[in-house]
Design a protein around this ligand. Structure first.
Ligand code: GLA
Length: 390
């Protein structure tokens, strides 16, 4: 469904259900992660982009202290009051919205002047690793901050969504997904530095596009695997802080050369996990220089390296994602490919020559089907504008 169609459907459903027009509608896109995997919570670097699919949140004020929130696709409604905002165990989709509402009011939503009626609808495929949850948080935070006249900068709004993930949804994510949704720009990559929280946009030349290939492997970060990777990175950073004669707070402070010299003091598993974000940071820095020189092949090679690091060291890939990357390697018009986002399923991101898109998609689908019996969903992604009021 096109964004305009999603918007029209949302507004029509809102009016029908609530008997009034929405006062505010906000939109936030999903994201692709292009280079720099699991670096965000290690205070490192990432290249990402906002995509041309997203979620809309429509809202109108309520006369009293009640809130009604409807998931516009299956028309299920959660009801609560300003005094009962808490993580829900049923209809858990509401947690992304209620958590965001909660932290927009610094944990005291009871201080809001009135309740609201809200509804959301989007077109980001779920479980694809395209951050549909961050998109929902970001359109929620934009719409509700407008509704209550709260003014905060984009990074603060992104952090509100992240806090909702941590406390209401149970995923200890970094800030990548929310920041990419907020700072995305048409035709550009977002280059993030999660130490200083600075977000630059880097224009992408013509003659290149991203292709997302969704494996049919389950992608769920709200189980232990993501959290255990993050814990291993934190343990390693603590260790390096003890042995290196310099200030280390996160793996961002550790170089590959230092990892080689000192890894012996870490358990084998923790050492394997730590080398991934350390290498990814170096690849993003190299990648930035290559992009500046228009060296797409060089940039693509770093994407392939990134995937090898996921496959062999961080172990957040899976058979299906590996098969997609291996199939991509055999196609000359694919410059690079890697898993995108948390991992453990979800999608691969391919950097491709768009004039060969159909041929590439057909070849990847054929290989995938031969191995797994079903076809992956494949789409060309246009880096797009970030979150905004409609
Ligand atoms: C998920 C998380 C992000 C980031 C990526 C991996 O998308 O939500 O914060 O850690 O995984 O880079």
């Amino acid at each position: 469904m096109l964004n305009q169609e999603v918007y029209d459907e949302l507004v029509a459903k809102f009016e029908k259900l609530y008997g009034m027009k929405p006062e505010i509608v906000a939109y936030a896109p999903g994201r692709i992660e292009v280079l720099g995997n699991h670096t965000d919570y290690n205070e490192g670097y990432v290249f990402s982009a906002a995509i041309d699919k997203g979620t809309f949140f429509a809202v109108a004020p309520a006369a009293d202290r009640t809130c009604e929130l409807t998931a516009g696709d299956f028309m299920e409604t959660a009801r609560f009051t300003l005094d009962t905002v808490a993580p829900a165990k049923e209809m858990t989709w509401q947690n992304y919205v209620t958590g965001t509402f909660n932290w927009l009011f610094d944990g005291e939503p009871a201080k809001a002047a009135h309740g609201w009626k809200g509804m959301f609808l989007g077109n980001i495929p779920l479980g694809a690793g395209l951050s549909s949850s961050a998109a929902l948080e970001m359109c929620t935070v934009l719409a509700l901050s407008k509704l209550y006249g709260i003014e905060k900068d984009k990074t603060t709004l992104a952090k509100i969504g992240q806090k909702a993930e941590h406390t209401f949804a149970g995923c200890p994510c970094g800030l990548l997904d929310q920041a990419s949704s907020m700072y995305g720009k048409e035709g550009a990559l977002v280059k993030s530095d999660f130490r200083s929280n600075t977000f630059e946009t880097v224009p992408m030349g013509d003659g290149v596009a991203f292709m997302m290939v969704k494996s049919n492997a389950k992608h769920a970060l709200v189980d232990g695997a993501y959290a255990s990777r993050r814990a291993a990175c934190e343990e390693a950073a603590k260790y390096f802080a003890g042995v290196l004669r310099k200030k280390v707070t996160h793996l961002r402070d550790v170089t590959m050369a230092e990892w080689v010299l000192y890894r012996g003091g870490l358990s084998e598993t923790v050492a394997r996990r730590a080398v991934h974000p350390i290498g990814e940071d170096e690849r993003v820095v190299q990648g930035a220089a290559l992009l500046e020189n228009g060296d797409l092949k060089g940039f693509g090679a770093l994407m392939y390296d990134s995937h090898e690091s996921s496959r062999n060291w961080f172990e957040n890939s899976c058979e299906e994602l590996d098969a997609i990357v291996d199939a991509a390697k055999a196609i000359p018009e694919v410059y690079g490919a890697r898993l995108s986002g948390g991992g453990f399923g979800g999608s691969c991101c391919l950097l491709v020559d768009p004039s060969a898109a159909d041929r590439i998609a057909a070849a990847i689908a054929r290989e995938y089907k031969a191995k797994f019996g079903d076809e992956p969903a494949i789409s060309l992604i246009k880096p797009s504008e970030g979150a905004h009021l409609v």
